[in-house]
Design a protein around this ligand. Structure first.
Ligand code: IMP
Ligand code: MG
Length: 175
């Protein structure tokens, strides 16, 4: 059994934050045509809102990696479930992630894409739980640093549920 115990970030705050992030990315990538990669499925809502706040030419791509099963503890085991559609050699790649927890997923992914010859790789994560790091990792852009709570909504799921909530809520799980 589980329920949303509290709203952590409301819809209005999210819209403001996403706009700020978009403008920052727009400034940093001026003159470039980045390949903006949605890390499926958690980032799709954030991705859709973010790219509409970046007024630059860009290419879309998606990737799916597995780290969590239906539980709430990271396995540290990253597997590519769906790869990019096009080669990113020589490209400025911006990965869009929902949340950074242990840091294992993004650390492994960025080093993999570096090996494939990307010109630059940066990560923009909507949320970050720095207190949960098990590896040395820092994203380039972060929407919100949050405490060690399991959150859902705005793309984030618990067992594939709650992704469509327009806000971020704290999920309380009881048996
Ligand atoms: P990491 O490799 O531990 O950083 O894993 C990050 C991934 O774990 C994210 O992309 C999410 O899919 C998942 N995750 C971590 N914390 C949460 C949470 O609070 N709610 C929902 N998913 C989470
Ligand atoms: Mg997930």
């Amino acid at each position: 059994m589980e329920k949303i115990s509290r709203i952590l970030i409301d819809e209005e705050s999210i819209a403001k934050k996403v706009k700020e992030l978009g403008k920052q990315i727009e400034r940093d990538y001026a003159g470039k045509t980045p390949v903006v990669v949605a890390i499926l499925k958690g980032s799709i809502i954030f991705y859709a809102d973010l790219v509409r706040n970046i007024n630059l030419p860009m290419r879309f791509d998606t990737m799916s990696v597995s780290s969590y099963g239906s539980g709430t503890v990271s396995s540290g085991n990253v597997k590519i479930k769906k790869d990019l559609a096009k080669d990113i050699c020589g490209e400025d790649v911006l990965l869009i992630e929902d949340i950074i927890d242990s840091g294992n997923t993004m650390k492994a992914l960025t080093s993999l894409l570096e090996h494939r010859g990307a010109k630059s790789i940066k990560v923009c994560s909507f949320l970050d739980k720095p207190s949960r790091r098990t590896t040395d990792y820092k994203a380039n852009y972060v929407g919100y640093e949050i405490p060690d709570e399991f959150v859902v909504g705005y793309g984030l799921d618990y067992d594939e549920k709650y992704r469509n909530l327009p806000y971020v809520g704290i999920l309380e799980i009881t048996d």
